[in-house]
Design a protein. Structure first.
Length: 94
């Protein structure tokens, strides 16, 4: 399993921009999808400079009731729970 590294590029009280090094668009898309479910996130998107060699850069903005880093941590924790459940269900099938 590849090691993921978060490299924060810009951060303030309501916005965050970071690179997700060691990842591809799959992980970036999943995180952004979870962030968009959060009612306190007003904007969430990612971009990749080049699909074959680019590192995803994620950007998000929140309202005043949640810090951006807290929203990211919550989204990642939810994805971990979903992944564990999927793995458990897959073991039951095999």
């Amino acid at each position: 399993m590849a090691k993921l590294t978060v490299k924060i590029k810009k951060s303030d009280e309501r916005s965050l921009e970071f690179d997700l090094e060691g990842s591809d668009q799959t992980m970036a898309s999943a995180i952004v999808d979870k962030l968009r479910e959060d009612p306190h996130v007003t904007f969430a998107a990612y971009r990749v400079a080049h699909p074959l060699i680019g590192t995803p850069t994620l950007r998000l903005t929140t309202d005043e009731s949640e810090k951006p880093i807290d929203a990211v941590n919550k989204a990642i924790k939810e994805l971990i729970i979903i992944s564990k459940k999927l793995m458990e269900d897959a073991k039951k099938i095999s």
